[in-house]
Design a protein around this ligand. Structure first.
Ligand code: ASP
Ligand code: MG
Length: 418
């Protein structure tokens, strides 16, 4: 039993969906649970629909959604599915909602609308595969993955989910070579409201299944050769890494490397299940293995986070920023679901570096102003280097001014002016 996850890029064109069929044929004798993301940039497009709906621009929301309907009908037709009426129920579910006026939280509507991207994608690919002779059973993952109602960042109810996996998913995988095809990223509350697990959450869903099914391994199929030591778009000398341990990957994700969803590792590590990252464009290539072993001789790992904001909080009357004020500040972060990427405590000030998420930065500044003088500095870059050396770091910093620097023997972080 293995778990495969195909990201949005792997099903973004007709040719690529054919390629997925080819990969599954190569593994015909394996019993597989397959998680597939929304096609291409569908999730971003659906976000635009919810935004329009929430600012009460119903017409625009419906117009944008019409575009998404069209592109999915076209995708299905291009794959040779003559009758696309199986998509209509998914469309209707969203359209009903779009005809209403928003009365609840933005995050609630976000989840009800955005989840349709994964449902459409998997419904199309599942049918196509069945017609191609790659027999599979499509599952609505919302019947399996139960979460709380913390919309957009829902937490898993492991006990209920485990029971559903045992009762519903396992029997479908009983026959050798069976394939269950389902969605990542989404779940449902006990009241059957849809939820999402955070952007790029499909990796995490795959890991939940791998854990509960005690899979031999999980493979994430991507458009890169495996895990690289830097984003090739940001760093020319990026190189492929053959082997990593769980700890290293969790650290990379934490510092912002867009490798794997940060929550993915724990369910795998807990059961000692290896994670493979492989290229769907070159399935024979080795890829990266991530497991428990100690890995020596890693290259420096470089992560850039752009558009960072330095929030400088100073106590008004020269009183110390002690535990009380710091605790207050973290409560604000918690309420806003906003995580500082770097913090530094001084006698009468507290510095934190955050993503430039305009609404959250404003809210943070507003709340913090109860206790502190607040100053913001925008357009900064946070550079993190694991397994750093001086020569590389000074090369990476170049002519940029260094605003803040923190370092441990393993990890160095610098906040740069550009
Ligand atoms: N479709 C979702 C996203 O784009 C989830 C995923 O692909 O992992 O964030
Ligand atoms: Mg994706």
């Amino acid at each position: 039993m293995n778990v495969f996850k195909f990201g949005g890029a792997s099903v973004s064109t007709t040719e690529r969906v054919h390629n997925v069929a080819g990969i599954l044929r190569r593994y015909a004798s394996d019993t597989l649970l397959v998680v597939i993301s929304a096609m291409g940039k569908t999730t971003n497009a659906l976000e635009k629909v919810v935004e329009a709906f929430y600012r009460k621009d119903k017409e625009e929301a419906l117009r944008l959604f019409e575009g998404i309907k069209e592109s999915h009908r076209a995708a299905a037709a291009d794959l040779g599915l003559a009758d696309t009426s199986f998509l209509n129920d998914f469309f209707t579910e969203v359209e009903w909602l779009l005809h209403d006026n928003p009365v609840r939280d933005f995050d609630y509507y976000y989840d009800q609308v955005v989840c349709v991207g994964e449902l459409l994608s998997t419904a199309i690919v599942s049918r196509f595969l069945n017609e191609q002779g790659v027999a599979n059973t499509w599952l609505d993952v919302r019947d399996i993955i139960r979460t709380d109602d913390n919309f957009r960042d829902a937490r898993i109810d492991w006990e209920y989910t485990a029971q559903r996996v045992r009762d519903t998913v396992r029997p479908l995988l009983a026959a050798p070579g069976a394939i269950v095809l389902t969605q990542g990223f989404i779940g449902a509350t006990d009241g059957n409201e849809s939820t999402t697990l955070g952007r790029e959450g499909s990796d995490f869903t795959a890991a939940i299944f791998a854990n509960l099914l005690e899979a031999e391994g999980q493979t994430i199929w991507k458009d890169v050769q495996g895990v690289m030591n830097a984003d090739p778009k940001q760093y020319e000398g990026a190189q492929w890494i053959r082997e990593l341990n769980y700890r290293e990957v969790i650290e990379m994700a934490y510092y912002g490397a867009q490798v794997i969803h940060p929550k993915t590792i724990k369910p795998l590590q807990n059961k000692g299940i290896p994670l493979y990252v492989k290229s769907f464009l070159d399935p024979e290539a080795e890829g990266t293995i991530i497991h428990n072993s100690q890995v020596n001789g890693l290259p420096p790992i470089i992560v850039y986070k752009r558009s960072q904001v330095l929030v400088e909080l100073s106590s008004r009357d020269f009183s110390f920023v002690g535990e009380g004020l710091t605790a207050e500040l973290y409560r604000i972060f918690e309420t806003l679901k906003f995580r500082p990427n770097l913090t530094q405590n001084g006698a009468v000030s507290f510095l934190c570096v955050v993503d430039d998420h305009a609404e959250k930065v404003d809210a943070l500044a507003h709340h913090a102003a109860q206790y502190f003088d607040v100053q913001l500095r925008r357009n900064l870059t946070l550079l993190t280097v694991r397994h750093h050396n001086d020569e590389l770091v000074s090369r990476l910093c170049g002519d940029s001014g260094i605003i803040l620097k923190q370092q441990t023997p393993e990890t160095l972080q610098v906040l740069l002016t550009q």
